[in-house]
Design a protein around this ligand. Structure first.
Ligand SMILES: C[S@@+](CC[C@H](N)C(=O)[O-])C[C@H]1O[C@@H](n2cnc3c(N)ncnc32)[C@H](O)[C@@H]1O
Length: 273
């Protein structure tokens, strides 16, 4: 069913569903392939609550454009299936990368059942737009080499073994999606996992949008600072010592990659003399 090597020809796209990552907001942060599909597709269905309308405006003028926020799953998949069966190409445009909290599995299951072909084009997830906005490296040599993408448990349950307290025991960088209203819980669980209240936290709301907002704080002040800045949605919370602004002033954390004494396939080591 899945066709990894679909062809974008001069005459258009093969009739199928193209699940495309739109990126975090800035219309230029879609991939070249994603944009070509968006500009060529006969039908565009997009998550209107999160995808930038400026990007959708790049669809071809005669394309049918459908907003998905008000649609139920069955209704939306049926629309896509009907159109592909009628010989049309459908771009299903998701915010960020479709594989992260994109609810694409349920769509793929139904499309497979309907024997409608689909393919996925990845996108820039909001975690990376937030890191870029903060000018942060999330995997700092000898500080942390691990990034966990997760969410705090709210109305949507999270498996017991993935509770924040468990994940935080690794003391690595945490990226929290969908957690802007759950900061009290976030702080409680990280402190219970042994995180210091001074741990740096950075919040980016609407990363890469013109009204992007950045709040740098600590675990201790996170909840208060979120409230003071009125941030309750569309925000990425990044926590851990990789977010320490002081790292920009230090030359302590250097990678092996550019270490002149460290040899690898593309560079012979430099020794004294
Ligand atoms: C349903 S999830 C979709 C995530 C998306 N698939 C991605 O890869 O970024 C929505 C959550 O992603 C995060 N998010 C999406 N776009 C964002 C942006 N531009 N800035 C900050 N956070 C964003 C927020 O945590 C928001 O609550």
């Amino acid at each position: 069913m899945n066709k990894p090597n679909e062809k974008i020809t001069n005459t258009g796209l093969e009739p199928m569903v193209y699940i495309v990552g739109a990126g975090p907001g800035d219309p230029d942060l879609i991939t070249v392939k994603g944009l070509t599909i968006l500009q060529t597709a006969d039908v565009v269905i997009y998550t209107d609550s999160l995808v930038n309308d400026e990007l959708i405006a790049r669809a071809k003028p005669e394309a049918e454009v459908i907003k998905s926020a008000g649609l139920a799953l069955d209704e939306m998949v049926e629309m896509m299936v009907e159109r592909v069966r009628a010989g049309k190409s459908v771009a299903r445009v998701h915010t960020g990368d479709p594989a992260v909290y994109g609810a694409i599995l349920e769509q793929m299951v139904l499309m497979k059942k309907a024997e409608v072909a689909f393919t996925i084009v990845p996108g820039v997830s909001s975690v990376f737009a937030a890191a870029a906005a903060l000018q942060a490296e999330l995997t700092v040599p000898e500080l942390t080499q691990t990034l966990i993408l997760t969410r705090a448990e709210g109305r949507t349950p999270v498996p017991d073994r993935e509770q924040l307290k468990e994940l935080a025991s690794h003391h690595c960088t945490l990226a929290l999606y969908l957690s802007a209203t759950l900061t009290k819980k976030v702080v409680r669980e990280l402190v219970e996992a042994g995180w210091s209240e001074q741990t740096p936290v950075a919040v980016v709301q609407r990363a890469s949008w013109p009204d992007q907002k950045i709040v740098r704080t600590t675990l201790e002040h996170l909840d208060k600072d979120m409230a003071a800045n009125g941030i309750r949605s569309h925000a990425m919370i990044l926590a851990g010592w990789a977010l320490d602004p002081m790292l920009h002033e230090s030359s302590e954390h250097r990678s092996k990659l550019y270490d002149k004494t460290f040899t690898h396939r593309f560079r012979k080591g430099v020794t004294n003399g």
